[in-house]
Design a protein. Sequence first.
Length: 174
Amino acid sequence: MKLILAITGASGTNLAKKFIKYLPNDIELHIITSKHAKIVEAYEEKKITLHSNENIGASIASGSFRVDATAIIPCSMNTLAKISCGIADNLVTRVASVALKEQKKLLLAPREMPFSAIALENMLKLSQLNVIIAPPVMGYYSQSDSVDDMERFIIGKWYDSLGIENSLYERWKG
């Protein structure tokens, strides 16, 4: 599987790091972020390719690159608004535009709350285009005993949405 992970905004990057940590090693991961070294330094065993957000001509910006899924974790409201309006002025927004055009999985994890009416309208518009809107919401029914358990639940739900097998949280058995 080829997966793009874009990291926008500062708050929530810890979840992005854990998203990388728990990924199966056979996934080809392409990362876009302004803080390359700090995000990926501990993940040398992963198949990671780093891309500059300013390089709008990168290989992953083309539909012919054949990416399976794209996740933006966390997703700033600025990035979400640009994607909703079709603005592709950097590599993150370009790969999101390509995902929409190619009808590939696109997951956005908006991080700022409370959500304004404008942000909710943008999320509705994108969800109607089959974009997965998945803010990092705690699953209190998951019977998590720690913050780490809750984070694994959130990441597991993101993996489920992207079609990535995982056993990060206890599944319903009833």
